[in-house]
Design a protein around this ligand. Sequence first.
Ligand code: SF4
Ligand code: SF4
Length: 343
Amino acid sequence: MINQTLGQQAGFNLLWLQSGGCGGCSLSLLNAESPNLLHTLEGAGINLLWHPMLSEETGSEMVRILEAILAGEIRLDALCFEGAVMRGPNDTGRFHMLAGTGRSMLDWVQDLAAVAGYTLGIGTGASFGGITAGGGNPTDACGLQFAETERGGVLGEAYRSIRGLPVINVAGCPTHPNWITETLMQLALGEFSEADLDEWQRPRGYADHLVHHGCPRNEFYEFKASAEEHSQLGCMMEHMGCLGTQAHADCNTRLWNGEGSCLRGGYACINCTAPGFQEPGHPFQETPKFAGIPIGLPTDMPKAWFVALASLSKAATPNRLRQNAVSDHIVVPPQTRKKGRHE
Ligand code: SF4
Ligand code: SF4
């Protein structure tokens, strides 16, 4: 049953829909902690109108919620859309029909976004197209307001939600649960403006950071002591494809599930918050090089300086880091200063 009073409630009404994706962002959302998702929403005064994994309403009950929103009976404060929008075939959107409605998800999202206080693209699929738009893109998938780096998407470059913001791209593949809940809490409090979005319309709360910040391999990076194979401890920028110095996200300071990150798990960062990340043009876990120098150097550092400093730091690499970098466990521990030696 629809709560007929939701439209009049003082709270912040949230609707969540899924389309062309794997559902991973919803699964990630369920891992919200300190506090958990439901307590977080409740504490922020956010009413969950419907979510495909959490709600009891199904079939005609769920369709009635959508109809009530469009009829103005329920106020829609935030529309969260997860996964890419599939425009095919031939711009009909019929690759994803919303069951029981006879209408494509493309139609539904365009209608709902027109009455939403805020519209959020959840994950890199909904933001830019992501994995679903990879390869030959047979479903003609794209994001809500971007098709990869090109502005437009299915809502158009000029789209603004009822509260005057463009689509908020909570990009990530999957996106971090707290990137979503923090953004929603800011919106519910009325403390989020266009100035809080970066150039790809990602919330700056997490996008003003780099994955490189707080990486446990930073000491290896400083001396360009590099891993050469999987499982080794060294920095993964030089040989293993790590884009942490370019990837906008706080994965190594916010952490996932309280303690994890790609780097801590032994995987190079593939910059999953960026448009087009799914097709880097080379194997994800290899660093493309020209004349032995990595092509994708840190974006805010002149290349000549990087090369000069890298060769200097390599020459100064302590034996401990040189050996540990190519080992799967610490083989040379830090030295203990001999008693009485303080020079
Ligand atoms: S592994 Fe990647 S994120 Fe970590 S220090 Fe090296 S470049 Fe930075
Ligand atoms: S470390 Fe990189 S690839 Fe991994 S989740 Fe963060 S941004 Fe995405």
